[in-house]
Design a protein around this ligand. Structure first.
Ligand SMILES: [Mn+2]
Length: 309
């Protein structure tokens, strides 16, 4: 006599290995986004997190938004909100400036708002944070800037006390973006990682950056910042073809120079001229010409951007 047993059972095993890619601060740079996506997909992550600032400050906000929306729908990418999503949401509000120097200062954002056909429904529903907890209870957390707000950037040279306040309560891994300056630092028991920017790095390296994170039962968390090259001629062409360079106001000139220099320029311009522009002492075009004429910016001028005499 033989007996036959048919036993069926299901066990859910805890995840023993996890790969997460984090990309951030795309800012309407479609050629960079496509190249970084190709690179990260070859790495075959289990999860992809887009850490805000998909739109604005660049020529292809609409295309980048559509690209990310498709990835979210088809491949379950996790998409977070940055301060530039908030900026575009503000464009639709009744108190957003409509004319005068106040409007000129934010004209580029209004241009992006028009480019996305004033459809902010996707942006309005984005969460501020992504969390994943490993089998050992350790938390992986992603947010655009700090726990205090999406404009409160984390810097590589900040003191530990500042960083502790920015990441509180401390997870095992804290991933940020916003400053466009990538770094990896250990703060107490937290691995603090700024994944940098896909669209416009500000650390003098013009290659887009993103973060690769792995967790496994033996070694815990590891982080790496990856740089990816792409053809800058493509994004410069987008500055022309989209109309951004001619329609978004003089600040688009500064954004082109930021891209070429891989250094931030808008904040410097703002601290130098914003008050004077609002007071009517200088117009925005004069202020942009003045800052472009400085020795450190002159080498980065030229078509399709302005040429100064
Ligand atoms: Mn940004």
């Amino acid at each position: 006599m033989t007996k036959t047993y048919a036993v069926t059972f299901t066990v859910t095993l805890p995840t023993r290995f996890m790969k997460i890619a984090v990309i951030s601060d795309i800012h309407g740079n479609l050629p960079a986004l496509k190249k970084v996506t190709k690179h990260l997909e070859a790495w075959q992550p289990d999860k992809v997190v887009v850490n805000g600032d998909i739109v604005n400050r660049g020529p292809c906000s609409l295309d980048c938004l559509r690209f990310i929306q498709a990835k979210k729908e088809q491949e379950n990418w996790h998409v977070l909100r940055g301060n530039h999503e908030d900026f575009i949401l503000a464009c639709g509000q009744s108190d957003f400036p409509k004319s005068g120097p106040q409007f000129e200062i934010v004209r580029f954002a209004h241009w992006s708002y028009r480019q996305i056909n004033e459809d902010v429904s996707f942006l309005a529903n984005l969460p501020n944070q992504f969390n994943w907890t490993a089998a050992d209870g350790s938390e992986f957390r992603v947010t655009h800037a700090s726990m205090k707000g999406n404009r409160d950037g984390l810097y590589h040279n900040a003191d530990e006390k500042t960083l502790r306040q920015q990441i509180a309560p401390p997870p095992a891994v804290f991933v940020t973006g916003h400053t466009h300056r990538p770094f990896i630092r250990q703060v107490d028991k937290t691995l603090v990682v700024n994944a940098g920017s896909v669209g416009t790095p500000f650390d003098k390296d013009d290659r887009p950056s993103y973060g690769q994170f792995t967790w496994d039962k033996m070694d815990g968390w590891r982080a790496e910042i990856v740089r990816v090259s792409y053809d800058h001629a493509l994004i410069e062409q987008d500055f022309i073809d989209s109309g951004f360079l001619t329609e978004a106001g003089p600040l688009a000139q500064l954004m082109l120079v930021e891209l070429r220099k891989a250094r931030g320029l808008i904040y410097r311009w703002g601290s130098m001229y914003e008050k004077a522009i609002l007071a009517g002492e200088i117009n925005i075009e004069e202020s942009v010409r003045e800052i472009l004429a400085t020795d450190d910016n002159r080498p980065f001028l030229g078509p399709p951007g302005w040429v100064l005499e």
